[in-house]
Design a protein around this ligand. Structure first.
Ligand code: MUC
Ligand code: MG
Length: 372
């Protein structure tokens, strides 16, 4: 008998970060995750997560809207349905609910976890099969202080946990930001890849100045220097410099990527399960990007362990991640709500091998951090 979905619960979980995490649009001291628990009539449970950055500072879905929209609009479409086809269930959601890609990603993740547990296979197997058992993972330096960032990066390099770094810039004057990045690159040397994420903060003139200086400083990649919707500027900048551009906020799903490359973009693509609407959709986006010759990067919206594990399963099925991944979200948090943390080592993270996501909830920790 095919299992039927009987119950869907959503919980807001707030966990403090290990230090302030400063981006161009906000500074985070706590991360809020929407945890989804889907139960079926055979007694199994699937876990999912929908997470964003800084409430509504990053994008149009907030943790509270993700929870409300799952509870009121999306869950009722799934309750009572058979688990036989996740594609059919997602079509049901898309037919009645526009947008809400983070909420849909959380549900799709929970459905994949549940299906994997029933079939006794990891989510990566449901997605076509893992090619890699360990995927690269960088660390993001965003304390807002140059010396602290250098000390943090050197400690991580010495431990072997990370040797690639992304720096969050864009909130200060471009000259100050460039001086900050150049000092970090000089301190870390050739053994470290240093990239920056401007999170849309620059206009074209500022980006032209900033990218020339970052290129001279030895930075490897510039992520989303200009506003998401200003596609023409992003394309012009991608032709102007040898330093590659990574498109992030400008591209959510496969159709955005198709539109960007059709207009001549020449750079890399940051894939995120939350932007695409789930791991399955993020892999469609990867296929379109690869067909157009774009380099791939496994991105995050700073999910905790559940969302991060879902993305790791997806990225493990890709033959090549040209720019690696940034699946470090759980390490930014002071504590976790799962029993066995993901295993980070050697500039990367292991792909869980157990059925489903390979994650088990720590109920006491969940109760401690659940919003009351
Ligand atoms: C983003 O824009 O890439 C990823 C890492 C991080 O620190 O913030 C995110 C969002
Ligand atoms: Mg980004």
């Amino acid at each position: 008998m095919t299992p039927k979905i009987t119950h869907i619960e959503t919980l807001l979980v707030d966990i403090p970060t290990i230090r302030p995490h400063k981006l161009s649009m906000t500074s985070m001291a706590v991360q809020t995750m929407v945890i989804v628990r889907i139960k079926d009539d055979q007694g199994l449970e699937g876990l999912g997560e929908g997470t964003t950055i800084g409430g509504l500072a990053y994008g149009p879905e907030s943790p509270e809207s993700i929870k409300t929209n799952i509870d009121h609009y999306l869950s009722p479409l799934l309750i009572g349905q058979s688990l036989a086809s996740i594609n059919a269930l997602m079509l049901r959601l898309h037919t009645s609910v526009k947008g809400n890609s983070i909420a849909k990603s959380a549900l799709q993740t929970a459905l994949l976890d549940l299906q994997g547990k029933h079939l006794g296979v990891p989510v990566s197997t449901l997605l076509g099969g893992a090619i890699h058992s360990h995927i690269p993972c960088l660390w993001v330096l965003a304390s807002g202080d140059t010396d602290k960032d250098i000390a943090e990066a050197k400690a991580l390099m010495a431990s072997g946990r990370h040797c690639d770094f992304k720096l969050k810039i864009g909130s200060r004057h471009v000259k100050d930001d460039v001086a900050h990045v150049a000092a970090i690159k000089a301190a870390l040397g050739d053994g470290a890849s240093v990239r920056v994420d401007v999170n849309q903060a620059w206009d074209e003139a500022t980006a032209t100045l900033g990218m020339a200086a970052l290129q001279a400083a030895g930075v490897d990649l510039v992520e989303q220097p200009t506003p998401a919707k200003d596609i023409d500027t992003l394309i012009r900048l991608s032709h102007k410099f040898n330093i590659p551009i990574l498109a992030d906020e400008s591209v959510a799903d496969a159709s955005d990527i198709l539109a960007l490359v059709a207009r001549g973009f020449n750079g890399g693509i940051a894939l995120k399960i939350a932007k695409a609407g789930g791991p399955i959709d993020a892999l469609y986006a990867a296929t379109v990007s690869s067909a157009a010759g774009m380099g791939l990067y496994g991105g995050t919206l700073l999910e905790g362990s559940i969302g991060t594990a879902a993305a790791i399963h997806a990225w493990s099925t890709l033959p090549k991640l040209h720019w690696g991944t940034e699946m470090f979200g759980p390490l930014l948090l002071k504590d976790d709500i799962i029993k066995q943390p993901l295993n980070y080592h050697n500039n990367g993270v292991d792909v869980p091998q157990q059925p489903g996501l390979g994650i088990e909830i720590d109920e006491a920790k969940l109760a401690e951090y659940q919003r009351k």
